[in-house]
Structure formats: C-alpha cells, structure tokens
Design a protein around this ligand. Structure first.
Ligand code: IVH
Length: 677
C-alpha cells in the first residue's frame, strides 16, 4: 500500500514536470530541455502507466499530452522574399508574357533571350552561404518568413556544405527545389500520396537522422541575395554554380524565338514520364539579370519569369447533379457533382462550370457525359460535353435566379465595357451567410491576416458552432468551448491564441485587402494604403459626407479607376459592412502605411507622368518612382510635386496646368539624370 502511494506521488511529480516543460516549450517558446530529454521523461511516464494501469485512472499522460510535440522549427525572415510564378497555358500566353516585358522595358526586341528550365514539382528551399560556408537553410514558409530546416537540408547528398572557389561571393543565397526521386518514392508510397508530399514531410522531420534515411535530392535554380553580385545572366549563374558543385537540371537551356519555346515545351512534355522527378511545366526566365532587376515583381510573382504549364490531365465522367456555390464577392458559381474519376492521380468528384453563360454556351445538363481536366492546384473544370451520349429526355439546366440565402442575384454592368457581367452575384454582402462565411475564409488567408491554425475547414467548423459569425469574433473566441472539441488540445489552442494575437497587429495595406472590397486586390490595397496612410484617415470613408469628397480624390490615384471607386462606394454604403468593419478595427492595431523606401529620391513626393519616355515604359517609370518612395497620381492638382514630361507626345494642357499651379516640371533628360545620380 505504501508502495502504491509512493508510485502515485512519483507519477504526479512526473506529470507536473512534463506540464512545466510543455509550458516552456509551447507557451513561452523557450524550452528548458532538449527534445531527447523530453522524450525520455515522457517514455518513463508511459512505461510506469503501463506497469501500474491504476495510475491512468488518476491522471494519464495520454490526456494531458495526448499528442506528440509538433515538428517545430524556428521561424526566420527571408533576406529577400520567395515569390511564386505566374502561369502560361499556351503559346498565346507566352507571346503575351514577352509582349508585356517588351512594353514594360519599352523595348522593340523581337527575340528576347529567355532561359528555360523544367519546373520541378518539389519543395522549395533557400540556402545561405557566408564566405562559402553553408550557414542557414530555410523553407519557403509564407514567402516572407521561412523555417530553419538547415540540419535536414544538410542530410542531402551532393548539397555543398562548403564552397571552395576563389570567386564565391561573400554572401550567396541559392534557391533550390528539393524532391524525392520517383523510384525512391515507391518505398514510401504507403505513407504519402505523392513524391511532393513525401519530400515535404521528410524535409520537415524534427529529427534530422530520420530525414537522412530518405534519399532527398535537389536542383538549384536561382538566387536570392548575392553580394557582391558577380553574375550578368541566368545562364552564366547556373554555369558557374555548377562548377561550385551545385546540381543543375541538365535540361535547362537558352530559348529565344517563339518556335523554340514551343519546340522545347513539346519535347520536355514527351520526356516527362521518363524523368525520375515530377515536373509540371517549364519555367522561362529573362536571361539578362539587369533586365530582371528592372522588371521587378508584382505582389506575388516576378515580371521576368513565367511557368509554362504542361497540358492538363483529362478524364471522362458523368454529371450527377449541378449545385451552386457562393463566393466571397457573392459570385454564384455552378458546380457539377460528377461520378468520381481519377485525373492525374487524384480522385475528382466536383468540377466547376464557371458561370451561367458558360452553362448555356456549352448547353451542359444533368446526366451528361463530360470531359473534365485538372491543371495544377486549380479546381477541375468541365471542358466539353459528349452530346452523342445524351439521354433523349434530358432537359436544359435552368440557372437559379436566387442565392442560396434566398436573396436576389444580379448581373452587374461593367463600368469599363458597359456589358453585363457573365457572373451572377448575391446582392447581400455580409448579410448573406454564404458570402459572409467565404469572406471570413478570405480574412484568415495567407495574404490577409495569415492566421496559422485557422484555415477554411476550421472556419466552417467554428461557423457551424456559432463561434465565428463575423470577423471581430476571431479576436474574442470562446476557448472554453473549443477546448472540448475533438482534435483541439492544449497545444493547438495555445498555438491558435498566439497566431491570432500576432495577426492583430496588421499593416494598413493588408487590412484594406483583407476586408474584401470587390476589385481591391493586393496591388490596389497598397495604392489605397499609400493614399490614406493611417486607419484614422481610411475610417473617414465610414462617414457619407467625407466619403464623397474622398472618392473624388481617389480619381487622382494612378491604378484606381471608376470600377474600383464605384466598388468602394458600394461597400461603404452598406450599413452591415460598415458596422462589421468598425467592430473589426476596434480589435486591431493597424500600422500606418510605410512606403517601401522612406528615404528614397522621391520620398513623400507626388509625381505624375505625361508623354512617352525613350528608355522606359510608363509602368517602369511608375515602379521606379514608387521604389524611390514617391506616390504616382493620375491627374494634376495642387498636391502634385512633380510633373515628369517624356519627349514623345506629352499633353500640352497638362504642362500648362502644372505651370499655373506652380508644380515643378521635370524633363525626360533631367529624370534620367536624377535616376542615375
Ligand atoms: S524560378 C518565383 N525555377 O516553383 C521566383 N522556380 O511557383 C522564381 N520551381 O517557389 C522561381 N522549379 O519552388 C524557378 N526551375 C525553376 C523551378 C522553380 C521549381 C518552384 C519554386 C518556386 C515555385 C514557383
């Protein structure tokens, strides 16, 4: 009996200790012991509980730490963001890509040198070498912050840990794609759905010795920060780093003309199944690095590169039913429920029908035999109908005129084309529960509040349980209720609390993007944030009198047109929207907008352009001005600091107006001088 008491006491002491370590690890983010030591304590407790099962009736480790510690890596900010790539699906898209580049750079180049590489479908990582030594290795993470996976990356054979060459720059950041060979994957196929998942899972193993058991491979394809910069072209960069023992994809080469691009695409697509790694397209990059620099990036992807995807995988199936879904802008999207069919290794049971017009155009009906395709991560689409297999009694599909919430739907008339939109929308905004739910999913998404652990599925769950009905509820969650839900433990709740707390501090541009005003994407949100500067100024939109004045002033902003202004007005005219957004603001700490470069050549200056420039397009001039801290306006007013006049056909009346308002005029030659100074 005495023994039993002693054992119980020891068990209690052990549990107390493990709880203490849990707190340091999960809550304070400051573990006091190594993972191995933690595991030892945990194993001892488990053994004791197994030996004396009565302990479990008092308190069991299974209940307090009924989870394994999550793989947890230190988060580190990237030296330069890891972006994604825009997609091309056919030669016309590729022609368009080249045309846009020529326009941006104001080049008349027919055969711009592009460098072509296979797009490896693996996991991206970045490797930092300081004075030739591999000192850091990060996962992509959200593109801005990655996870420290250096030890796991070091297990990759052939990945240089030290660079021995005279001309290695002091700071060298190499971007690469890590993968598992198709043959090696066969040994792992019971554990993972595809090689990509297997590579991701393996690379994020907490224990590097586990990672080393799986043969990970990699291809180096690009760079982040390099100092001093010694390369002039992408081809030269790859050639050189190959000499430093990095693995480069052997199918990479320079392609110039459109016929070469298409030839290479067809050739590699034919080779695709024979390669030991998955590829999902080709990446074409402007070869000249100085042109890459001039082209820069949009919010998420570089202007100098594109992924020319391989054709989508197709399959034939039958439509069982057609239902509608409501998107965050109220868009009603018809979805075909199809007999499950495997397309490119994934079982598909839903396919999008896009919109009402698309259904009428293709005369798609319930019961039809259809061809569907799946390209990359996008939702599978219905490509065509096999009319010969149609049932004689089938009827035309009548598109519902009401939203799932019962409200009226409307097809708007586009402000720019004056034509009816193809998409029908619910008119209720946040008042429609279907739209509201989607808006919440948008708010928590990566590009918006970026709340880890609060994904689409959790939003659905919390919505059904009345935990979150509108954005401000996110910051006032009933954790006591969540605690009792299946799948939610102490650890996940603490992580969620942390992620939510972190997201409460948000920049003005992200906030504007998050609230989901139609036609206000990330780029426009930045322009608006630059205009308003603070949430105080932005909040003036809530007041109808102020709003009118502000909306008139928005016309001045380059990039904001009638469509956007009309959409902002509509958003704030809706009382439910304004109440919901005001409640949200009250929960947040919204940081003033800081221009990219607050000590640039044009910081705090407002510029406007007229006429064409010899060496750069209007878009590039705008980008240069903004990168130097300036704001670009679309019309002349007293607020303007500079009117920059290009030599080719400037508008005389604008110059006159500027003179009258004492706005400083910068001629093209002076503009070039300022930029080169
Ligand atoms: S260049 C986006 N080249 O594709 C910045 N990316 O969708 C330039 N990828 O995150 C990327 N093979 O992980 C580039 N030859 C290649 C690539 C490649 C695979 C991945 C990479 C990137 C993603 C973008």
């Amino acid at each position: 009996m005495q023994d039993k008491k002693k054992i119980i006491l020891e068990h209690k002491k052990n549990l107390k200790e493990i709880k203490r370590h849990n707190k340091s690890y999960y809550i304070d983010d400051n573990p006091k012991i190594s993972d191995a030591e933690y595991d030892k304590i945990k194993t001892n407790i488990l053994k004791l509980e197994e030996k004396y099962p009565y302990l479990k009736t008092i308190e069991s480790i299974q209940n307090i730490v009924g989870y394994k510690p999550l793989n947890k890596f230190q988060k580190i900010k990237h030296l330069s963001p890891m972006l994604s790539l825009a997609n091309a699906f056919n030669l016309d898209d590729m022609k368009d890509f080249k045309k846009k580049i020529n326009n941006f750079l104001n080049l008349k180049e027919k055969n711009l040198d592009l460098f072509c590489e296979p797009k490896i479908d693996g996991i991206s990582a970045t490797l930092i070498y300081e004075k030739g030594n591999l000192t850091r290795g990060l996962s992509r993470g959200d593109g801005k912050t990655g996870e420290d996976i250096l030890e796991n990356l070091k297990t990759i054979k052939n990945l240089p840990k030290k660079l021995i060459s005279k001309n290695v720059p002091d700071l060298l950041e190499i971007r690469c794609e890590v993968y598992i060979g198709k043959k090696d994957f066969l040994k792992l196929k019971d554990k993972f759905a595809n090689p990509r998942n297997a590579a991701g899972g393996t690379l994020r193993q907490k224990d590097p010795s586990e990672t080393s058991k799986i043969p990970l491979k990699y291809f180096a394809y690009g760079f982040g920060l390099i100092s001093p910069m010694i390369f002039k072209t992408q081809s030269e960069f790859l050639r050189e780093i190959e000499k430093w023992n990095f693995i480069i994809n052997p199918l990479s080469e320079k392609t110039t003309s459109e016929s070469e691009i298409e030839k290479k695409h067809t050739l590699i697509e034919q080779l695709r199944s024979e390669l030991d790694y998955d590829i999902d397209g080709l990446v074409f990059k402007v070869n000249d690095l100085s042109l890459q620099k001039r082209l820069g990036n949009t919010s998420n992807s570089p202007r100098w590169a594109i992924a020319y995807k391989f054709s989508a995988e197709k399959a034939t199936t039958r439509i069982k039913d057609i239902s509608i879904q409501v998107g965050r802008t109220g868009a009603i999207t018809p979805v075909a429920k199809v007999e499950p069919v495997t397309v490119g290794g994934v079982v598909v049971s839903n396919a999008t029908l896009h919109n009402e017009d698309e259904i009428s155009r293709k005369d798609i009906r319930i019961g039809d035999t259809i061809k569907i395709q799946r390209a990359g991560d996008v939702i599978p689409q219905v490509v065509s109908v096999d009319i010969s297999k149609r049932d004689k009694n089938s009827k035309k599909y009548i598109f519902p005129k009401k939203c799932l919430c019962g409200a009226e739907t409307k097809k708007e008339i586009s402000k720019s084309t004056r034509k009816h939109d193809a998409v029908r929308r619910c008119i209720k905004g946040y008042e429609c529960i279907f739209t509201a739910k989607e808006k919440l999913k948008h708010i928590v998404s990566k590009e918006a509040f970026n709340i880890d652990g609060l994904g689409k599925k959790v939003i659905e769950q919390f919505w059904d349980l009345d935990l979150i009905k509108e954005p401000s509820n996110i910051f006032n969650l009933n954790y006591n209720k969540i605690k009792n839900l299946e799948g939610w433990g102490e650890l996940s709740i603490n992580n969620l609390k942390k992620a939510i707390k972190k997201s409460q501090v948000i920049s003005l541009d992200k906030f504007i993007y998050s609230i989901g005003i139609r036609h206000i994407g990330q780029e426009n949100a930045k322009i608006l944030a630059g205009f308003f500067s603070s949430i105080k100024e932005f909040s003036k939109l809530f007041d109808s009198k102020n709003r009118k004045k502000i909306l008139i002033n928005l016309v001045d902003l380059d990039g904001i047109g009638e469509t956007q202004i009309h959409s902002i007005e509509n958003f704030f005219l809706n009382k439910t929207n304004t109440r919901i957004i005001e409640d949200l603001i009250n929960r947040l700490n919204i940081k003033n907008y800081v221009a990219q470069n607050s000590n640039g050549k044009f910081s705090n200056k407002k510029l406007m352009f007229t006429g064409g420039f010899k060496n750069m397009s209007r878009s590039e001039a705008k980008e240069v001005a903004e990168n130097n801290g300036g704001k670009v306006l679309g019309s002349i007013s007293k607020k303007l600091d500079y009117l920059v006049v290009g030599e080719s056909k400037p508008t005389k009346s604008k110059i006159e107006q500027a003179k009258q308002l004492n706005v400083k005029i910068i001629l093209e030659k002076d503009w070039n001088k300022i930029l080169n100074s």
